[in-house]
Design a protein around this ligand. Sequence first.
Ligand code: NAD
Length: 326
Amino acid sequence: MSARPAGGTRYAEPGRDRIAIIGAGHVGAATAYALMLRALFQEIVLIDNDAKRAAAEAQDIADANALARPARIWAGDYTDAAAATIAVITAGAATHGTETRLSVAARSAMIVGECVTELSAAGFNGIIVVASNPVDLMAMIAFDCAGLPAGRIIGTGTLLDSSRLRTLLAGELDVASGSVDALVLGEHGDSEVALMSTIRVGGLLLADFSNAGCELDQRALAQTVRDAGYAIVSGKGYTSYGIATAIVRICEAIVRDERIILPVSTSVDGVFGLSGVYMSMPCILGAAGVERRLIPPMSAEEAAALEASGATLRAAYDNLRRDRPR
Ligand code: NAD
């Protein structure tokens, strides 16, 4: 990875090396496909318990090679992951019907724990991006099992939720979503918190941007964002493209050493009196992973809701550890 020059942003050439994706299901396959189109890595290895599925997905994506961006894509094992810069964990128990993310935690914890232990045993020493749900708890499991610095374990967290909120607001206000700054923080799940007090549209507060901004039903918007994943699952059985794009965005920030600020799930030790908790806060993302965690200004009500979100995650994690065979 090339060094960052002092005093300015430089987009280093993409690393063009290897990424490992553990879990070649809907999310893993969509991620591999999006990564191939983005040409961020020269080599993409898919690892799955179901070797036949991984081989088929790898072949299907590799078939596009000559028409898109050449990359070597294959179904491998953990020895192939040892040399990877980034390992993305998408293996886990998917939610079905009305199952909440927290309700599948125990099943996913077993899977994620096994994957990270295998990665470590193979000598992997890079950055782990966790997407398996409940993603904040799975990032905590990964941190416990990997023995890597906290900044090198990153959960996709509320990057997707924040993108959904920005898109919804952009539609209501008739501006490009790129001009809307809006954050959803805390758990990626039912206790997440949309920071309505800090929304900016082209740098302006909502109220200063337009009357339409004042009339928005903020509670309903936050609820729509919270329920978005469930709505998609009820229609097609799973979600994949949105989360795959969020994963690719995180990988790109790392590989290009961007130092972009994105809301991702990270260790929040010391914030709101929490310890041993991963949840989403805005983070500077670069070659070392999470390089700094930021605490944005927020209303007292939002701060209390975030503290409660962290406490919910901590309690869920304590339950998980108590019930988890060691
Ligand atoms: P899926 O069932 O299609 O794929 C999961 C894959 O994991 C399967 O191919 C399975 O064989 C594999 N697997 C299971 N145990 C394994 C192990 N021990 N080692 C290697 N591979 C193993 O599910 P999906 O729809 O791709 O979802 C995957 C995960 O991503 C779920 O936990 C889901 O909840 C989560 N997800 C997260 C977000 C988010 O916003 N963070 C969004 C969508 C899905």
